[in-house]
Design a protein around this ligand. Structure first.
Ligand code: YH5
Length: 259
């Protein structure tokens, strides 16, 4: 899964291309590099980020989704927590709703239930603005597993079939550095739930703070984490650096096929 950021601060190259053209060029490159899913995100969920208004999020996400579906034959996921964004995205051909709030916001369960898209349910403790201030768990893996079970039940109660659900423990979302590495160490334990698993670690603080690297110097750390997650059963790896990650995953696949 390749990350396509459409938040305003991620487009600042001085106007050589407009935002839409720039997004399409990035998508074309990711496809050439072997991406399977494009993840479009219009809400910044980085630690400390402010909420984005519905109109702003729609204006960022929907034109890009339309253009991608016009020009390319590729799966698209929409990173959103708002039912109105989900509804429009589904109308314009989104394949996956990727919700860091796991369909807990009003009307999200109903909107997804009325469609046939897949949905990624991510675990987050707290809200983006404050989630990194003293996150606490009784038992990290057990607490996240309980959350998954509760959200899966809610989905099923609203008529969302089990086979449409993807689970993601949410690296960096209300977890300390140590907790993030415990999560990566024990990632394989989520396989017992028998859902496809997604891991999003690319360029995150758990890489940067461990290695003391700025955000543009986190590739080696991100690749290492991607391989460790994939070897423990992650089926979807959400990344910025598609070409390098596909190479690394192909090496892992060759080893697993040879063993
Ligand atoms: C995720 O894990 N993450 S947005 C802080 C960074 C770098 C990257 C520089 N959406 C996930 O990518 N969706 C995001 O520090 C996600 N899983 C799923 N399913 C945060 C992000 C990032 C944050």
């Amino acid at each position: 899964m390749g990350i396509l950021n459409v938040t305003p601060d991620s487009f600042s190259d001085g106007g050589k291309y407009n935002q839409l053209d720039q997004a399409l060029i990035q998508v074309e490159r990711m496809i050439a590099d072997g991406v399977k899913i494009i993840d479009i995100g219009g809400e910044s969920t980085r630690p400390g980020a402010k909420d984005v208004s519905l109109t702003d999020e729609l204006e960022r996400v929907i034109p890009v989704l339309k253009a991608i579906k016009q020009h390319f034959d590729i799966f698209v996921s929409i990173d959103t927590s708002k039912a109105a964004v989900m509804a429009q995205a589904i109308e314009y051909g989104a394949d996956i709703i990727n919700d860091v709030r796991a369909l807990q916001e009003p009307d999200c369960l109903a909107v997804v239930a009325q469609s046939n898209v897949e949905v990624c349910l991510m675990h987050m403790q707290g809200q983006p603005r404050t989630m990194q201030t003293n996150p606490q768990y009784d038992d990290l893996i057990a607490d996240i597993t309980s959350f998954f079970i509760e959200r899966i039940e809610s989905c099923q109660n609203h008529g969302i079939d089990k086979n449409r659900i993807i689970l993601d423990p949410g690296f960096g979302f209300g977890k300390t550095l140590e907790q993030n590495y415990q999560l990566l160490a024990k990632f394989s334990q989520f396989q017992s739930l028998s859902f496809p698993l997604l891991a999003g670690i690319s360029r995150k603080s758990m890489i940067g703070n461990l290695l003391n690297r700025d955000v543009d110097q986190r590739l080696a750390g991100s690749l290492s984490a991607a391989i460790i997650a994939a070897q423990q059963g992650a089926k979807i790896i959400r990344v910025h650096d598609v070409k390098e990650t596909v190479d690394a995953l192909n090496v892992l696949q060759a080893v697993n096929l040879a063993s």
